[in-house]
Ligand binder design. Structure first.
Ligand code: NAD
Length: 353
């Protein structure tokens, strides 16, 4: 498989291909960097150690404590490692949680980042940083947190468990779906969103047939890059607001929550912008984009009910309140009663209303 590099903006270098991670030292040298602090979650310590081996004397240290929602306490400990090792860059290998830690360090230091994604979350393509302090998650946007290099090595997503492959893919597809009706969309972002959706619609069934099919894995990573890129370029609406509320205030897992909410949020907005959502029907069949996504998700055995993630039915009222207190642009007007009904259906695992 070729090592194709492709520019998405003047500053970001994007590399695709099997085993591309083994060239990590060359990527550092190209940027005149020589002291990398390697980041990972505790679960992906072996992947971090392998990168340290590939880097040899260019590895300054390994910090494997990245956690979901980028807790500021963890970033502070990581910052002391940055100081101790005198790191001149970070190499983040993992999903959105690890990428988030790298971005949090870059936000504080402006150190260059090389990101090696192992899920489809797409955080590596956005200038957005979400951080949690004292249980409150806030997000900011700053060009400083965009990585310098992204290495999509298909061998790394090969180990992504099938259930997480599906939920992470739906998480990526959600960025593209909401990009289709974003008020600040352009012809370019819409084309890229459709490309991203198509990559998953075609690639995901092949990946599930054979999780070690590297060509199919690479196709889905190209989809993740397209979906992540549009996430960084246009504003998101109902779907992302609901997932942010459910993740931040009820501690529900990120990718699974996206997978469950997506068909419901898109069905809700299809009432107002069915025409903009047409590409989803063209790819998946049917005449309602929400139903089409629901059928696609269930055919992939995706989770469909918030109750299966441990959410209590008694919390649905509070979730509806939280998700509707601050107004934001959305194609279909957001009312508390309608959102409460949407959440009830998503909690029970019903088909979208
Ligand atoms: P994650 O990074 O939390 O990973 C979940 C678990 O899977 C972790 O234990 C991780 O180590 C493990 N894992 C990851 N890849 C693996 C692989 N290939 N094989 C085996 N195990 C693997 O999950 P995520 O869904 O990638 O990221 C979620 C986080 O990213 C959330 O905090 C979310 O807010 C953030 N995010 C941010 C943006 C942004 O633009 N700022 C975009 C998307 C997601």
């Amino acid at each position: 498989m070729g090592h194709a590099a492709q520019d998405i903006s003047s500053d970001v270098r994007v590399v695709f291909g099997a085993n591309t991670r083994s060239n990590i030292a060359a990527e550092l040298r190209r940027l005149n960097l020589s002291k990398a602090l390697i980041l990972a979650t505790p679960q992906q310590g072996d992947a971090a150690l392998e990168i340290a081996e590939y880097l040899g004397e260019l590895a300054a240290g390994v910090f494997c404590k990245a956690a979901m929602h980028t807790p500021v306490e963890v970033t502070e400990v990581a910052m002391s490692h940055v100081a101790e090792t005198q790191a001149d860059c970070v190499v983040a290998i993992g999903g959105g949680s690890t990428t988030g830690l790298g971005k949090a360090i870059a936000y504080r230091t402006d150190l260059p980042q090389i990101v090696i994604p192992t899920t489809y979350a797409g955080s590596e393509c956005t200038p957005i940083l979400g951080q949690t302090e004292n249980g409150v998650k806030t997000t900011l946007s700053d060009p400083k947190v965009l990585p310098e290099v992204i290495i999509y090595d298909s061998e790394l997503v090969k180990t992504l468990p099938v259930a997480m492959t599906v939920t992470s893919a739906l998480n990526a597809m959600a960025h593209a779906a909401e990009a289709l009706y974003a008020t600040d969309r352009t012809a370019g972002t819409t084309a890229m969103a459709v490309d991203g959706l198509k990559a998953f619609v075609n690639g995901l069934p092949k990946v599930l047939d054979d999780p070690s099919d590297l060509a199919a894995r690479e196709a889905t990573q190209r989809g993740a890059w397209a979906c992540g890129t549009v996430l960084g370029q246009v504003g998101m609406a109902l779907h992302h607001k609901l997932c942010h509320t459910l993740g931040g205030s009820f501690d529900l897992p990120h990718a699974e929550t996206h997978a469950i909410i997506l068909p419901h949020a898109i069905a809700y907005n299809a009432r107002a912008v069915a025409k903009d959502l047409r590409p989803i029907c063209d790819l998946l069949g049917g005449d309602n984009a929400g139903t089409a996504l629901h059928n696609f998700a269930t055919s992939m055995n995706a989770p469909t009910a918030l109750r299966d993630l441990g959410m209590a039915e008694a919390d649905l009222d509070r979730a509806a309140d939280l998700a509707t207190t601050k107004p934001y642009p959305n194609p279909q007007p957001v009312t508390r009663d309608d959102i409460r009904a949407l959440l009830q259906a998503a909690w029970a695992g019903d088909t979208p209303i």
